[in-house]
Design a protein around this ligand. Structure first.
Ligand code: C2E
Ligand code: MG
Ligand code: MG
Ligand code: MG
Length: 277
């Protein structure tokens, strides 16, 4: 019997699965050393005003240059980093890096330039995030009002009480909070009213169907309308076509982000983009 089970197990545990598992555990190992090995880089994607397409600020987006596998997208390693807990250190590094970089852009004369940094649920609730934020603001001397923290809609809902108290501490420091990927979770806009947030980012899934599905137009314009009633500014993510940008502007969405304006860029290329604008 045992033999038969073992045999079945072996059949089930295929070569492909073994390869996947080995690769995954290698990746997990590599991830633990990536920060110390300086394999991370922060890219920046512009956020523009919907009215005139002037650059208002940027979102910091993490990139991992793996020594043998090349660039690994955040969707492949952020979940692993959250599981390991290393997201806490990685996230603190991204925050510090983005604040220092933003100060450099201020020094070049772009004095109102804003930066948005993604913070994962684990980092927000399982580390002393408000203290890390406070120390980073002191160290980098960045005006807290020119920084915004992005928290996904799903992350907000994991531990509501705790999240509200942490967001209140962030707001007390003067830093803004945005709800990221809005529309992909299961919360209603009314529910959002409980959280001290300043802006809402409409997920790309709605934006990409504008002009294709009439539903998406209706959904998007009602999200914007309701967000405004809650006094939230609205950012449209993943704007790729002039028609999408026009639709957002016509519906009073304040800011746009997407490949239509620029893909995320390394800091030096972003400086060139700013200087040309
Ligand atoms: P996000 O915060 O919603 O970031 C927007 C994502 O959409 C970015 O993907 C960006 O490159 C992509 N994007 C922007 N414009 C367009 C467009 O016009 N078309 C398309 N197809 N995509 C567009 P990216 O850089 O791969 O990041 C994916 C996600 O990984 C982010 O989603 C965020 O949730 C997470 N992430 C990235 N950096 C960090 C970080 O430093 N910390 C944490 N915790 N999460 C991060
Ligand atoms: Mg984001
Ligand atoms: Mg998003
Ligand atoms: Mg997203």
């Amino acid at each position: 019997r045992a033999k038969a089970d073992k045999k079945r197990g072996l059949l089930f545990f295929s070569h492909q699965m073994r390869t996947d598992l080995v690769q995954r555990s290698e990746l997990e190992n590599d991830l633990r050393n990536a920060l110390a090995n300086k394999e991370f880089e922060v890219y920046y994607q512009p956020k523009v005003c919907a009215n005139n397409h002037n650059i208002k600020g940027a979102e910091a987006l993490l990139r991992w240059h793996h020594p043998s596998r090349g660039m690994i997208p955040p969707s492949d390693f952020i979940p692993l980093a959250e599981k390991q807990g290393v997201i806490v250190d990685i996230g603190a590094w991204v925050l510090r890096e983005a604040c220092f970089q933003t100060k450099q852009w201020h020094a070049l004369g772009f004095s109102e330039f804003q930066v948005a940094v993604n913070v994962s649920a684990v980092q927000l609730t399982e580390s002393d995030f408000p203290a890390v934020l406070h120390d980073t603001l002191v160290e980098t001397k960045l005006d807290p009002q020119l920084l915004e923290i992005e928290v996904t809609e799903t992350a907000l809902m994991t531990d509501v009480e705790l999240t509200i108290s942490i967001l209140e501490q962030i707001k007390a420091l003067g830093t803004g909070v945005a709800v990221d990927d809005f529309g992909t979770g299961y919360s209603s806009l009314n529910y959002l009213n409980m959280f001290p947030v300043d802006s809402l980012k409409i997920d790309r899934v709605f934006v990409k169907d504008i002009g294709i599905k009439s539903d998406s137009k209706d959904i998007t314009s009602s999200i914007i309308g309701m967000a405004h009633r809650l006094n939230l500014k609205v950012v449209a993510e993943g704007v790729e076509t002039p028609a999408q940008a026009q639709f957002m502007k016509d519906n009073a969405c304040e800011y746009l982000q997407g490949f239509l304006f620029s893909k995320p860029l390394p800091a030096n290329e972003f400086t060139d983009l700013l200087s040309r604008s």
